[in-house]
Design a protein around this ligand. Structure first.
Ligand code: FRU
Length: 326
């Protein structure tokens, strides 16, 4: 048997409780399975910064050939990535950023642009004075501060729009309820809510619904996941007025790792494109994702079959060796 060169990619994932991150892992695994020389190991930090640091340290110690990290928060994860870089491990940062520029490559959509898109959508779908509430993601995680920055940069210049209140969420639905209840008790019903992701947007809708305000408040989220209770479905059902696609970049990150391993010089910033999904294009988007999803599923099925055939082949060849006395 000949040994083919194989490379090890270690991925430190912030957490895997939500479908967006499950999809990111899945698309990495599918892409990795298409490169026979690549082995992918995923470590789940379970949204615990200390655990993420330790897991990255252990990947450094194992001497992975490429490290991929989706940092929970920017600042606390910066030093350990610096450590990986100093050890000579090329490091790809995905989705959430670190501080500074001591990494090999970043991949993800432009979150400032996402914030701007949300604000421009609101501007183009309203006339007269309007009030908005913003629900942010976890403090210190870059998509949260970048989405806010982009959103504010447009709102500040629009006299007709007032940011009535800002709620600090943590990316999860549970962080929204109580705070939004309090705000709806204290201010006039807002025209729009911009939540930094679809999970929190759904939380906002549930609060609005419990007060029979679901037709009065238009809610915009981010992610635009395909599948049951994903953003696309929520737009289709009219719970969300719009969602902004935030591609996970999982497959692209593995492709990037593969290029680095082939000795290619890769761009420092790899920006994935985003798009607003509303009632106008939701069906087209759903069809597209249906096809992509079917392809992923087919690839997974084929990999499974190949795996079974390999296992059969191995056991048969052992049997033959035994029979012919090797
Ligand atoms: C998934 C998630 C997404 C959000 C992204 C930001 O864990 O919360 O909903 O867009 O992380 O990094």
């Amino acid at each position: 048997e000949t040994e083919s060169t194989s490379f090890r990619i270690g991925f430190s994932q912030a957490m895997t409780t939500d479908n967006w991150r499950k999809q990111m892992n899945r698309s990495m695994q599918v892409e990795a399975s298409l490169h026979p020389g690549l082995q992918l190991e995923i470590k789940d930090a379970q949204n615990d910064v200390q655990r993420q640091i330790e897991q990255i340290e252990s990947l450094i110690e194992q001497g992975v050939d490429v490290l991929i990290v989706s940092p929970i928060q920017s600042q606390p994860i910066t030093p350990v990535i610096e450590k990986a870089m100093n050890t000579g491990i090329p490091t790809i940062v995905i989705d959430r950023k670190i501080e500074g520029s001591n990494y090999t490559s970043y991949i993800g959509a432009d979150n400032v642009e996402i914030g701007k898109n949300a604000a421009n959508f609101i501007l183009s779908h309203s006339n007269g004075e309007i009030e908005v509430v913003e629900i942010t993601g976890l403090k210190g995680s870059s998509p949260a501060y970048e989405r806010s920055e982009g959103f504010a940069s447009v709102i500040q210049n629009a006299n007709e729009v007032k940011l009535a209140s800002q709620i600090r969420g943590d990316w999860e639905k549970a962080s929204v309820k109580k705070q939004l209840e309090n705000i709806l008790d204290s201010i006039k019903t807002p025209d729009f809510i911009f939540a930094h992701n679809d999970r929190m947007a759904l939380g906002a809708w549930e609060v609005a619904r419990s007060r029979n305000l679901e037709d009065d408040i238009k809610i915009i989220g981010v992610d635009g996941l395909f599948g049951p209770s994903g953003g696309i479905q929520l737009v289709k059902e009219g719970l969300l007025t719009a969602t902004i696609l935030y591609p996970t970049g999982g497959g692209e990150a593995i492709k990037l790792a593969d290029r680095i391993l082939s000795g290619e010089n890769v761009p420092k910033n790899n920006i994935l494109s985003t798009v607003i999904i509303d009632s106008v294009n939701v069906d087209i988007m759903q069809n597209q994702f249906n096809r992509i999803n079917q392809q992923q599923y087919d690839i997974e099925k084929q990999q499974e079959i190949i795996g079974q055939q390999l296992a059969t082949y191995r056991s048969q060849s052992i049997l033959i060796k035994v029979m012919i006395g090797l």
